[in-house]
Unconditional design. Sequence first.
Lengths: 271, 315
Amino acid sequence: MRRNLIIGGALSALMVLAALVSFVWTPFEHTAMDIPNKLQSPNFTHWLGTDHFGRDIFSMIMVGARTSIAVAVVAVGIGVGLGVPLGLWAAARQGGWVDEVIMRGNDLIFAFPSLVIAILITAIFGAGAVNAIIAIGIFNIPVFARVTRGGALPLWAREFILAARVAGKGAARISVEHILPNLANLLIVQATIQFSLGILAEAALSYVGLGAQPPTPSWGRMLADAQTLVSIAPHMALVPGFAIILTVLGLNLLGDGLRDALDPRLRVART
Amino acid sequence: MLRYTLKRLLSLLVSLAIASLVIFVVIEVAPGDPASFMLGINAQEDTLAALRAELGLDQPKWQRYVSWVGGMVQGDFGMSYQYRTPVAEMIGDRLWVSLPLALYALTLSTLIAFPAGIYAAARRGKPGDMGVMGATQLGVAIPNFWFAMMLVLIFAINLRWFSAGGFAGWDKGFFAALKSLTLPAIALALPQAAILARVMRSALLDVLGEDFMRTARAKGLTRGQALRRHGLRNAMIPVLTILGLQFSFLLAGGIIIEQVFYLPGLGRLIFQSISARDLIVVESVTMLLVFAVILVNFAVDLAYAAVDPRLRART
């Protein structure tokens, strides 16, 4: 199953590359309007065509990748930064009240319809990339807390942890020095999955006008702009759509590939 | 079973109480005064005060929270600031769009996912399996609102089989209404079907490796018989959970799809109310959606325990 890893890695790398290159070069200025050349289909000058203001879609997609990556990375960061410590803490105090409170709190966040709450947060505190990040990030916390706790619990029963305790290390030190390194694979795979979900969520929020605000290009808002023009300029909807699909597909394949590559047991079990 | 039910019921009530508090607090700290929003920037101070008193905005926060929750328990969701009609009525009207849409999408998703998942599990590792799995990878990567736009482009604009948006209304006849919900339901259902098919496949594969399946075959059942009588039933547990989760997702996820198709459902109601600072409507609709999600999860937990007695013993 190396194929998943290669295709997924290539697609993900392509998106990161597009975002990085956009800092130094784009075919056109992504905000430059050129009304006489509006709504052009893909051609030699404008590789992916132009939008209703004559802006170059290829350039907007490149810069839009920055927005998507930035939002998703920070949202995953919030999930890892808060969720992993909570999960480690809950596992170290398994069955105690700390564990109970953390896991019940997680259940509660899980029970909330995430999209509704994200819309609520961005609508009330103002639309924009920062609030979109917070809205998406909050729902990553219970995911990482649960994965961390689930992975940490069986480790606590192992001999090397017992040895560390005998050596006089406290629960916090054991969690950081012995439990966490053993969870790295699990967390990397989960981060990849949450990253792709973050990209989808950011696109949805921008689509309804609650994500990054103009003139910052975002794939979701490009789709919103395309909606009324879809019959005369279908490329305006097709291009950002494919950008989202390929990125999410790439990240999901990368996640699957990493899981197979990092966990030798699965490789045997699956075949 | 009774003990288990009571325990789950208690945690359901606690969840609802905390959820209502969170929603109330989030909306209360929101900037913007509904009264000044309704009357515009030139409103006199005494008019504003009068309106605030009329809407009950001058009461202490805790008192408003208690009356909001107390009212909801009795089915009274308060009065819309903007339209001066009972919120319960507005929700009732919109529910007749959102609920059928979610059910329609759930039906479609099940109809697609079950055969696909069973087929893939039965042909594990063969090209048929690879094809289905490839399709589901694509299905989870497609944003449903983009898929909705593509459906409009193909089936409404080019082929003219459906209208591009709007809702015919149930008074125009069942099929006319259903027809206007068809494209939105497909757009909602497809990504969900992809997830469900994957769950169905892996659940079946887990079950197929069990000893009791071998025993069933040894007893003389054919592959198909063993799958139908013992395999599917045991595979249903994880599938049911996901189905429950998906229903709540479809109800809430309709928000974006309703925007694409201009459907007068709960989603559009939330957006319109947010932009008009009609907080009481936003509060109540959000609470209703959260309530639906928590209730569905509760029902799934109970269904679980009814299907699998082992789960009852564990708690």
